[in-house]
Design a protein around this ligand. Structure first.
Ligand SMILES: C[S@@+](CC[C@H](N)C(=O)[O-])C[C@H]1O[C@@H](n2cnc3c(N)ncnc32)[C@H](O)[C@@H]1O
Length: 239
């Protein structure tokens, strides 16, 4: 697997590609069109994609309708991709797409341990703020514990400050998906990953429309590797 990182693709190009990909599948509702085809125009898909190594074996947790996996299979030439999400309707949309891509989708609460261990890159894209605080440790522990040594974990989510932006996200999430928000602040997420065997190789935070978002990229350390310390690596080209 190459660890080279590409330049960040434009949001317009990603949205155009999504239109072509999802045109091969079922007809989407307006809400599905917004959260699937237009996802790259307001989500941080572009920032996440640039941290997915070429030829990766990618597990996308909370994959929704599969936008990230399809884009990664085209742009990052995935060796293999798995998407898991408890929402059957979203998985059905992903499964109906008819492009030649080595990806599969499962409507399940948790990916099996073997699937997690078989991935070299795991993404959690806007998942954590949909999981109640009391359930987050079990969910995170399951993926962190079963991840292979050396694998890459990419977490993109919404931060808790400034407070007006966090509130704005509550409103937009409710309007788009009727969902309730349970934040995990960037600092808390970072500490959780570090305390559970991951070194952070990249951390970033930015404003996107009304939202304040963050990205954490971690690498699972071997048991005998020295822990701790901030060994941030250079950001990829174009970031
Ligand atoms: C905001 S959507 C993000 C979808 C996709 N990751 C994206 O960025 O386009 C959050 C997704 O997390 C899923 N989800 C909620 N709880 C989950 C859990 N415990 N495990 C896995 N996925 C979950 C939801 O069904 C939904 O598809």
């Amino acid at each position: 697997m190459s660890t080279a990182t590409p330049a960040r693709p434009s949001r317009e190009a990603l949205t155009k590609l999504c239109k072509q990909i999802y045109a091969t599948g079922r007809e989407l509702t307006l809400q599905q069109t917004l959260t699937t085809v237009y996802r790259p125009s307001y989500g941080a898909t572009d920032r996440v994609l640039e941290w997915i190594p070429a030829g990766a074996r990618l597990l996308d947790v909370g994959c929704g309708t599969g936008t990230l996996l399809f884009l990664a299979s085209v742009l990052r030439n995935l060796e293999r991709g798995w998407g898991v999400d408890p929402k059957q309707a979203s998985i059905d949309v992903a499964r109906d797409v008819e492009i030649d891509a080595p990806v599969s989708f499962e409507a399940i609460e948790r990916a099996p341990a073997q699937m997690i261990a078989g991935a070299d890159t795991i993404t959690l894209l806007d998942l954590l703020h949909h999981v109640p605080a009391s359930e987050k440790p079990a969910l995170l522990d399951h993926y962190l514990r079963n991840a292979a040594i050396g694998s890459r974990l990419i977490v993109k989510d919404v931060d808790t400050t400034p407070r007006w932006r966090a509130f704005a996200n509550r409103v937009t999430d409710f309007l788009l998906t009727r969902s309730t928000v349970h934040y995990m602040a960037m600092g808390d997420a970072r500490r959780y990953l570090e305390a559970n065997g991951f070194e952070i190789i990249h951390a970033d935070r930015w404003y996107n429309y009304v939202w304040c978002e963050y990205l954490l990229v971690g690498r699972k350390r071997a048991m005998d590797e020295a822990g701790g310390g901030d060994r941030s690596c250079d950001p990829p080209a174009g970031s």
